[in-house]
Design a protein around this ligand. Structure first.
Ligand SMILES: [Zn+2]
Length: 241
């Protein structure tokens, strides 16, 4: 059996002999791994289309081990690969996507990935802004994956609140319910709601002040820790500044 789908190339690894194993993010099944036979041999035409972070149309031959039977480039995001900094941000995104082994249609996640790679590919956006956009991507991505924090009402008494204490991965509670915990300001709550709803055009034009950014970083690292049990290189880059 074989099928066609669109995919982003997340990672490539040497495999048996001259074969190469590709990890791909597909709209149909999320992350899949497929072998390209003889990928490392000179003149392999398909391998030339499988550059890191390219968007490709692929034909997958299904078997005990999926293999690539056809590849065509849709968008190769060449500017993205032209800068080490962009590559490190894109690699962080890939590393986090690779942790998600759930199958099934990933239409929204696929669109979100395309949007953030398009921003990384854009030469007019500064490096500092790109880092903020990729952090924002991670909040949006985790919200899609079922981790959207409850930020309008207290998790304990359901009272409507605009600031409070942060409960990792879940939302906020009134300050007086708990003596410990990390406080979140009204400004940060507003920011988190904003980044989750805003489109990228708004986000590109949005500036964040130093104090808010610092507070956002602190809450981000708590948030990611609650989702991913062990810290990764990607999270260091995105959540610890
Ligand atoms: Zn409460």
């Amino acid at each position: 059996m074989s099928f066609k789908t669109e995919a982003f190339v997340l990672r490539a690894r040497p495999w048996q002999k001259a074969d190469r194993l590709y990890d791909l993010f597909t709209v149909h099944e999320g992350v899949i791994s497929a072998v390209l036979r003889s990928a490392a041999k000179p003149g392999n035409k398909l391998a030339g289309h499988l550059l890191p972070f390219s968007k490709v149309r692929i034909m997958i031959g299904r078997g005990r081990q999926d293999h690539l039977a056809g590849v065509a480039t849709i968008n190769d995001f060449s500017n993205l690969r032209g800068s080490l900094y962009n590559l490190s941000l894109a690699s962080a995104i890939a590393e986090l996507l690779l942790k998600d082994q759930s199958r099934g249609y990933k239409v929204k996640e696929f669109m979100l990935l395309e949007e953030v790679l398009t921003l990384l590919d854009n030469l007019d956006i500064s490096a500092a802004k790109k880092l903020i956009l990729v952090r924002t991507w991670l909040w949006k991505y985790l919200s899609l994956a079922g981790w959207q924090p409850q930020l309008d009402t207290c998790l304990i008494c359901s009272q409507s609140i605009g600031a409070g204490k942060y409960v990792s991965g879940r939302g906020i509670i009134c300050k007086d319910h708990d003596n410990s915990g990390t406080e979140v300001s009204a400004e940060l709550v507003t920011w988190l709601k904003f980044i989750n709803q805003a489109d990228w055009h708004e986000l590109v034009n949005q500036d964040i002040n130093k104090n808010l950014n610092k507070e956002w970083l602190k809450i981000s690292s708590l948030f990611y820790q609650s989702v991913y049990d062990k810290p990764s290189q990607a999270l260091k880059l995105l959540a610890y500044g």
